[in-house]
Design a protein around this ligand. Structure first.
Ligand code: DMJ
Length: 650
C-alpha cells in the first residue's frame, strides 16, 4: 500500500508527496501561520515576565512592574545634597532592579530554595510601686485595665529584688511604666543610652518619611511596602516596634503609635493575602506584649481580631495551616515553590506561644486548640532519623523534600518547643521532651566542626550534608544556652558548650568581614571558614540573630565578651548602616564601601535594637525568669510566675 493511501497517520501521508512551490498561501494556511506566530509571541512574553531566572538577573521590566503598584503614586525621592549619599542613592536605584533582598525575606527564601533544590519555580513618673521579681505561685492577676497598685505583693515567696514600675504623667495615665534596668557601670549605661538614641533615629525617620507604611526606605526616604505583609500598607513597623518604644521608655512615641493602632488599624480594611507566620510573630506578638505590659484591652482585642482572620488558614485536612491567607475572602494557600505547595516548618511551627497566650487572656480555647493540633501532628508523625524536614504537606500530612535546617525554613520551630515549655511555667513537658529529642537528632546529624575548630549547624539535603550555616541559624546559640540553664539534666552541659561554640562561630562570621557585620549565609570549605562565598550570600539586612545570642549568653554566663561583641556590632551598624534617614541594610559585608539596600526592616526595631538595649541593661530588666521572648523578640509573660500574665477569669 502506498504511503499516501490513507492508513498512515495524516501527517505522514505527505512525507513523500512533492509539494509544488507556490508564491502565496491559501487563507487556511495563512491562519495556521498566524496561530503559530501568535503562540510563539505569547510564550516569549510569558517567559520574559514569569520565569524566575528573569527576575533575578535581567528582569528590569518585570521589577519595575512588580514595584509599580505601591510605588506608583509615591513622589520621586528628594534631592540629595551630599555627593557621596547621592552617588550611593543612584547606585542603589540601579542595583535595586537586580537586588534579591528588596523583595523581602520570603521571596528571598523562595529564591534560595530554587537554587538549593535545583527546582525552577513557575510561579513606653510619678508614683513607684514594687513588682516582685519572681513568685512561685500566684493568684490570677487583676483583670483588664487594672492598676498595678492593686497587686498583692504579699504573694511573694521569693523576692529577688525590686523592679520599679511607675505610673507616668499625662501621656499614658493609666499605664504602668517600667523603668530602671540601668547597669552599675557608667560605661555600660552610656552604651545603653546610645542604643536608645539609635532607636530614636530609626523611629523618628520612620515617622517622618513612612508613617503607617510597612517599612522605611531610609536612603530614598519613603515607605517600603514589604511584600511579606501583602500588598497593603499595614503599619508593620508600628506594630513590630511598639514594645521596644515601651521598654526603652519612649512614652510619647509609644502613645502616638498606640493611638494609631487603636484608630487606624482595622483588619476589615485588609484585602490582601498575608503571611500567617509573619503576621503572627510581628503583629499579634507585638500586640500581646503591649497588652501584658499595659493591661490596655485595645491591644488584646486587636490581637484577637487579627488571629480570627488567620483562622481560615487552619482549615486543612490535617489542621496544619497554609502559609498565606486572604483577610477578606478567608481563602488560603501555600507558596507554590515550597516542595509541592507544602507548609513550612518554621512557619506553622511558630504559632504556639502567641495562640496559647491569646486563649488564656481571652478565655477562648479556639486558638490553643489550633496549635495543639499542629503539635499533635508533629509529635506523632514519623521523623527521618528523628529529624524534622522543612516541608509538610497540609493535605496528605506527609513530609515534603527531606531538607533540614537550623536556619531558614526550620529555625523558630525548635525555638518554640523550648519556649512553649517555659511559657507554660514548665508545665508543658511534652514540648520540652520534643525539644530535647529534636536537639539530640540535630546534634547527631547536623552539628559539625570545621578543620579550624569552628562549630556550626550544617544543612541536610536528604543524605547530603551542605556545609553552610545561615545567619538566621545564629539564634541557636541563645536557644541552647536558655535550654541549658532552665533544666539541669544530662543535656545541660553539652547544650551550654554548644551554645558558646555556635555563638563564637557567628561572631567569627562577623569578625572575618571588612564591615564587622555578618553575611546572610556562610560556608565551611577547605579554603574558607565562616565566610560567604557567593555574592548572593554576602548581604546583611539588619538581622538580629547573632546579637540575640550575645544577649542570652551574657545574661546566662555573665561573660563580658558578649557585651564587647554587642558593642562591636553597634559600632559597625553606626558606620555602615546608619544614614541620615534611618538604618539601611548593605549588600556586601566584605566591601569597604558597601552598597545600601535602602530598607529598614521592621525586625531591626523589634529585635536588633531591643536585644542590644537589653544586653546593656541590668539582668533583672525583663528578666528571663519572668519573660519568654517570642521569635520576633516580643516578651511574653511566663504563666504562674509573672503577674503581668493577665489570664482571663475562668
Ligand atoms: C525575624 O522576623 C524573626 O526572628 C524570624 O523568626 C526569622 N528572622 C527574622 C529576622 O531575621
Amino acid at each position: 500500500m502506498s504511503a499516501t493511501g490513507g492508513i498512515l497517520p495524516t501527517y505522514q501521508r505527505f512525507v513523500n508527496t512533492p509539494v509544488p512551490f507556490r508564491r502565496s498561501f491559501r487563507s487556511k494556511e495563512k491562519f495556521i501561520i498566524f496561530l503559530v506566530f501568535a503562540t510563539f509571541c505569547l510564550v516569549c512574553f510569558g517567559t520574559f515576565f514569569y520565569l524566575p531566572e528573569f527576575r533575578g538577573t535581567g528582569g528590569r521590566v518585570y521589577d519595575h512592574i512588580k514595584r509599580a503598584g505601591p510605588d506608583l503614586l509615591i513622589p520621586p525621592p528628594p534631592q540629595l545634597e551630599d555627593t557621596r549619599e547621592a552617588q550611593k542613592f543612584i547606585r542603589h536605584e540601579e542595583d535595586a532592579k537586580d537586588d534579591p533582598h528588596i523583595i523581602g525575606d520570603r521571596e528571598k527564601l523562595r529564591a534560595k530554595i530554587e537554587e538549593d533544590s535545583d527546582l525552577k519555580v513557575l510561579e513606653r513618673p510619678d508614683e513607684a510601686i514594687i513588682v516582685p521579681r519572681r513568685i512561685s505561685t500566684g493568684d490570677a492577676p487583676p483583670k483588664d485595665q487594672d492598676n498595678l497598685e492593686d497587686r498583692n505583693v504579699n504573694q511573694l515567696d521569693e523576692v529577688l529584688g525590686p523592679e520599679i514600675v511607675t505610673v507616668p504623667p499625662a501621656a499614658a495615665q493609666s499605664y504602668p511604666i517600667r523603668q530602671g534596668g540601668e547597669d552599675r557601670e557608667a560605661s555600660v549605661r552610656e552604651k545603653r543610652d546610645k542604643v536608645k538614641e539609635m532607636m530614636k533615629h530609626a523611629w523618628d525617620n520612620y515617622v517622618k518619611y513612612a508613617w503607617a507604611k510597612n517599612e522605611l526606605r531610609p536612603v530614598s526616604k519613603r515607605g517600603h511596602p514589604g511584600s511579606i505583609f501583602g500588598t497593603q500598607p499595614l503599619g508593620a513597623s508600628i506594630l513590630d516596634g511598639l514594645d521596644t518604644l515601651y521598654i526603652m521608655g519612649m512614652f510619647d512615641e509609644f502613645k502616638k503609635a498606640r493611638d494609631w493602632v487603636d484608630k487606624e488599624f482595622d483588619v476589615n480594611n485588609v484585602v490582601a493575602d498575608v503571611s500567617v507566620f509573619e503576621v503572627n510573630i510581628r503583629f499579634i506578638g507585638g500586640l500581646l506584649t503591649c497588652y501584658a505590659l499595659t493591661g490596655d484591652v485595645m491591644f488584646r482585642d486587636k490581637a484577637q481580631k487579627i488571629a480570627d482572620k488567620l483562622l481560615p488558614a487552619f482549615n486543612t485536612p490535617t489542621g496544619i495551616p497554609n502559609a498565606l491567607v486572604n483577610f477578606k475572602t478567608g481563602s488560603s494557600k501555600n507558596y507554590g515553590w515550597a516542595s509541592g505547595s507544602s507548609s513550612i516548618l518554621s512557619e506553622f511551627g511558630t504559632l504556639h506561644l502567641e495562640f496559647s497566650y491569646l486563649s488564656d487572656i481571652t478565655g477562648k480555647t479556639i486558638y490553643r486548640n489550633k496549635v495543639d493540633k499542629i503539635r499533635q501532628v508533629l509529635n506523632t508523625i514519623e521523623k527521618p532519623n528523628g529529624l524534622y524536614p522543612n516541608y509538610l504537606n497540609p493535605r496528605s500530612g506527609k513530609w515534603g523534600q527531606h531538607h533540614m535546617s537550623m536556619g531558614a525554613l526550620g529555625d523558630s520551630y525548635y525555638e518554640y518547643l523550648l519556649k512553649a515549655w517555659l511559657q507554660s511555667g514548665r508545665e508543658d513537658n511534652e514540648a520540652r521532651q520534643m525539644f530535647d529529642e529534636a536537639m539530640e537528632a540535630a546534634m547527631k546529624h547536623m552539628l559539625q566542626e570545621s578543620p579550624g575548630g569552628l562549630t556550626y549547624f550544617a544543612e541536610l539535603k536528604f543524605e547530603r550534608v551542605e556545609h553552610k550555616m545561615d545567619h538566621l541559624a545564629c539564634f541557636s546559640g541563645g536557644m541552647l544556652a536558655l535550654a541549658s540553664r532552665t533544666l539541669k539534666d544530662d543535656h545541660s552541659t553539652s547544650y551550654m558548650d554548644i551554645a558558646k561554640r555556635i555563638t563564637h562561630t557567628c561572631h567569627e562570621s562577623y569578625d572575618r568581614t571588612y564591615t564587622k557585620l555578618g553575611p546572610e549565609s556562610f560556608r565551611f570549605t577547605e579554603g574558607a571558614e565562616a565566610r560567604a562565598l557567593k555574592s548572593s550570600e554576602k548581604y546583611y539586612i539588619l538581622r538580629p540573630e547573632t546579637i540575640e545570642s550575645y544577649f542570652y549568653l551574657y545574661r546566662l554566663t555573665k561573660d563580658e565578651k558578649y557585651r564587647d561583641w554587642g558593642w562591636e556590632a553597634v559600632k559597625a551598624l553606626e558606620k555602615h548602616c546608619r544614614v541620615p534617614g534611618g538604618y539601611t541594610g548593605i549588600k556586601n559585608v566584605y566591601s569597604e564601601d558597601p552598597q545600601q539596600d535602602d530598607v529598614q526592616q521592621s525586625f531591626f526595631l523589634a529585635e536588633t535594637l531591643k536585644y542590644l538595649y537589653l544586653l546593656f541593661s541590668d539582668e533583672d530588666y525583663f528578666s528571663l525568669d519572668q519573660w519568654v521572648y517570642n521569635t520576633e523578640a516580643h516578651p511574653l509573660p511566663i504563666k504562674g510566675v509573672n503577674p503581668f500574665y493577665r489570664e482571663a477569669a475562668a
